[in-house]
Design a protein around this ligand. Structure first.
Ligand SMILES: Nc1ncnc2c1ncn2[C@@H]1O[C@H](COP(=O)(O)OP(=O)(O)OP(=O)(O)O)[C@@H](O)[C@H]1O
Ligand SMILES: [Mg+2]
Length: 249
């Protein structure tokens, strides 16, 4: 019996080591590709400038080809950036913060984009929430991924509700959109890396969001119905000291 446990532990350790090695390699590879890719893009932009005003038919055709390659470069850069964000999503720099303040700060930055898309943001933030331990930068990344998905699901506009409330042992952030919703298959696969139903989507937005939430010891839940909309619920653990403070008052 004890031999089996030991064997499992050893293989788990080995698996973890191999995983870390592959993850490091993949991160390094992404960095290595990013630099030459930006050189390629810069040179293509220069070429594009040279060709843009040339009315010669051959130059027009070349200009179109350059623009196609430029678009593909942009797509590759986006995938690499999303991948690097995914890879970084576990290293936390925690601060004790007010969730409402972080939410307000994000919405200040995001509201112009929502307005452009014809989406009304409707915040309902509970008063007197206990503070939580968050990495503010990763929190903004998570919120941006979820809010971008919400906007993309409402191409004709709609409503984006943002709720915060306490439900011990959690502080909850709920995001509700009135967008296209998801069918069963999409709901089952949405957290898989590289799963996307969108043209040009890298399929890393939700896996990164989940990684960020899990790194904080939290949970992410989703309910969605096609044609009606989607609700994401993110549960943040209330730090023990905050629970003690609350029960003392
Ligand atoms: N709020 C939402 N409403 C409807 N569908 C959604 C919503 N959020 C996610 N999805 C579905 O889940 C899929 C995966 O989302 P995810 O954010 O991981 O990738 P993506 O948005 O396709 O690409 P990207 O990596 O650029 O974010 C989406 O392609 C979409 O089908
Ligand atoms: Mg997305």
């Amino acid at each position: 019996m004890s031999t089996t446990v030991l064997a499992n532990e050893t293989s788990a350790e080995r698996w973890k080591e191999q995983f870390t090695e592959i993850a490091t390699l993949a991160g390094g590879l992404a960095h290595e590709i990013r630099n030459p890719l930006s050189t390629i893009r810069l040179n293509l932009e220069l070429l594009d400038e040279d060709l843009r005003d040339d009315t010669n038919p051959q130059s027009r055709r070349n200009c179109q080809k350059v623009q196609t390659v430029l678009r593909e470069c942009g797509h590759l850069e986006q995938i690499l950036n999303d991948f690097l964000q995914f890879a970084r999503a576990h290293a936390l720099h925690l601060e004790r913060v007010s969730l409402n303040e972080e939410v307000r700060r994000f919405l200040d930055f995001f509201s112009a984009q929502a307005e452009d898309s014809g989406v009304d943001i409707s915040p309902h933030l509970a008063a007197h929430l206990p503070e939580i331990d968050l990495d503010p930068q990763l929190f903004r990344q998570l919120f941006l991924n979820l809010a971008s998905n919400a906007l993309q699901s409402m191409p004709q506009g709609g409503r984006f509700e943002v709720l915060t409330y306490e439900q011990p042992p959690w502080v909850v952030l709920e995001l509700i959109d009135t967008g296209c919703g998801m069918d069963e298959r999409t709901q089952q696969r949405m957290f898989e890396t590289f799963f996307s139903t969108k043209n040009g989507g890298s399929g890393l937005g939700l896996p990164t969001a989940r990684r960020i939430v899990q790194a904080h010891g939290g949970e992410i839940q989703c309910e969605s119905s096609p044609g009606a909309g989607t609700r994401f619920r993110i549960l943040w653990p209330i730090p023990a000291t905050e629970t003690d403070l609350n029960s003392a008052t």
